[in-house]
Design a protein around this ligand. Structure first.
Ligand code: SF4
Length: 205
């Protein structure tokens, strides 16, 4: 051990430092969310809702589904949606049972979503400074971690490749495209792994 290395240096402590780094990023992003939401007259949860509805306008979303996605209770999610309705950013339309459940953005809501994007620009800029191969391997690793956390009931809902029933892990020898999508019937390059796939079906379904 060199004089500059501490007792916590080296591979033995790598996981601890990785967890610390992820936690640090989480703190920073929470603070950034609060700032950008406040600038647009929203709460952080309202901002998340506007962005989620804007990202995939064709996905039919209800309050309960968003609550599961954001790890909040249904009443908390319902309050956020009601506030967005009062601000005329979101409307509810009838679902299959005729009740007004499905959420869509109004034109004003779309405009707010456009102004919010990309709310996480500093993070995207920081990532863009890494070589693409590093970013691809990092994405693969983080999606693996998310799948593990979902199995341990820490992350409740994710539509990532690694939690999808169509995902074939390490099906190919190519290190740049080791996984397979059995729905699309094609190898999945690491750079193409999805974090919010509309075709996703839970592996446990
Ligand atoms: S269906 Fe979508 S989430 Fe599932 S493995 Fe294929 S690309 Fe990934």
């Amino acid at each position: 051990m060199t004089e500059h290395m501490t007792e916590t240096s080296g591979p033995a402590d790598l996981d601890r430092r990785l967890a610390d780094a992820l936690e640090r990023i989480g703190h920073g992003m929470r603070s950034l969310t609060q700032r950008t939401a406040r600038e647009h007259g929203l709460s952080p949860l309202q901002q998340q809702t506007v962005l989620a509805l804007s990202r995939q306008p064709t996905v039919r979303r209800e309050v309960s589904a968003l609550a599961a996605e954001f790890d909040v209770t249904t009443p908390t999610m319902s309050d956020a949606v009601s506030a967005l309705e009062r601000k005329q950013l979101v409307t509810r339309s009838p679902g299959a049972d005729g009740r007004r459940r499905l959420l869509t953005l109004t034109d004003s809501g779309e405009e707010v979503a456009r102004r919010l994007t990309p709310w996480d620009g500093p993070l995207l800029d920081a990532l863009a400074g890494l070589p693409v191969e590093h970013r691809a391997v990092t994405l693969d690793s983080l999606l693996h971690v998310i799948a593990e956390l979902q199995r341990r009931h820490v992350v409740s809902v994710s539509r990532t490749c690694t939690t999808c029933r169509f995902f074939g892990a390490h099906a190919h020898a190519d290190p740049a495209a080791p996984h397979h999508c059995h729905l699309l019937r094609t190898p999945l390059p690491l750079t193409d792994l999805r974090t919010d796939c509309p075709e996703h079906q839970p592996a446990t379904a």
